[in-house]
Design a protein around this ligand. Structure first.
Ligand SMILES: Cc1cc2nc3c(=O)[nH]c(=O)nc-3n(C[C@H](O)[C@H](O)[C@H](O)COP(=O)(O)OP(=O)(O)OC[C@H]3O[C@@H](n4cnc5c(N)ncnc54)[C@H](O)[C@@H]3O)c2cc1C
Length: 268
């Protein structure tokens, strides 16, 4: 038994899909019950020489799914991701038994539009929202009565880094409540790309206008790279959004070693 078995699952990798040398998707079997809401994160890690290294990862899968899915980016000098990157199918890692986070859909404010803006792996909680809403919509058991609409803008350097583009485009083609625009910031490295270009925050103003989004009816959700979050927040506030209508999930702070709230700790 692991020293930390009370608080952690020893999760097993069921599936791994590499999108590029530094981006990959994992599907995990935790081997026990795990409750979460779409938009929350899990804490993954490993233990070595009596020291545990853990980081937060947004859950891609919907609570309706049996297994947990993640979208990961390798940080070459990082404490955890270089290790996670070595793990293949059958490999094991620690996952805390409790999900955390408040980056869930705002169904209380009365705002019926939801604008989701992400960079690369920052799309993870949004895929969880969309999978959950789609399933509810299909079963007629919607948590979003009254004409809610979800607008998703996803930025990446190149199109193969989106990870979930085909899935999200399929939902957008079918569901009248979902709009999706992927945008590529390095089109010169992806010459076959014919879609939107520019960083997510560069094209945000354009889509606020195109989609006719108004501050009093729209909650904005910003997830991923700190610069995108800062720029997008500035654009939204200049367009009239109040602070309480802008939610964010910051994946890291430039120059700081550990994700907010998580220190490497002795394994007790
Ligand atoms: C709520 C939450 C959800 C998250 N969800 C995801 C997710 O779904 N997928 C995911 O890949 N990551 C996610 N992260 C980031 C993750 O927790 C780790 O910070 C990241 O994987 C790096 O861990 P590391 O131990 O390898 O690097 P660290 O040792 O933590 O970091 C080393 C250095 O790299 C910087 N750094 C960290 N991450 C990046 C980055 N992406 N790009 C550039 N520099 C970076 C740090 O500021 C630090 O200076 C999330 C973070 C939070 C707080």
């Amino acid at each position: 038994m692991l020293p930390s078995a009370e608080k952690h699952f020893l999760a097993r990798i069921l599936e791994r899909r590499d999108l590029s040398p530094d981006l990959w998707l994992l599907r995990l079997d935790l081997g026990g019950p795990f409750e979460f809401r779409a938009g929350q994160y899990a804490t993954l890690g490993f233990e070595r020489d009596g020291k545990r290294t853990e980081r937060a990862y947004s859950i891609v899968s919907s609570p309706y799914e049996k297994f947990l899915e993640f979208f990961l980016e390798l940080v070459p000098d990082g404490a955890l991701t270089p290790y996670l990157h070595t793990l293949g199918v059958g490999g094991t890692l620690l996952c805390r038994k409790i999900a955390k986070g408040r980056f869930t859909l705002d169904l209380r404010s009365g705002r019926t539009h939801h604008l989701l803006v992400s960079t690369v792996t920052g799309v993870a909680p949004f895929v969880s929202y969309v999978r959950t809403l789609y399933r509810d919509w299909k079963s007629g058991n919607t948590a979003m009565p009254g004409g809610h609409t979800v607008y998703c803008l996803q930025g990446a350097s190149r199109s193969w880094e989106f990870g979930y583009r085909e899935e999200l485009e399929k939902v957008a083609a079918e569901a009248p409540w979902f709009k999706y625009v992927p945008t590529v910031s390095r089109p010169w490295e992806d010459t076959k790309w014919t879609g939107e270009t520019g960083r997510a925050d560069d094209v945000l103003g354009k889509y606020l206008n195109l989609w006719g989004l108004e501050p009093r009816e729209t909650t904005a959700y910003l997830c991923g790279h700190p610069h995108m979050i800062e720029n997008a927040r500035g654009i939204l506030e200049a367009a009239g959004w109040k602070k309480d209508a802008i939610f964010h999930e910051l994946y890291f702070q430039p120059g700081k070693g550990t994700a907010p709230g998580l220190a490497d700790s002795p394994a007790t």
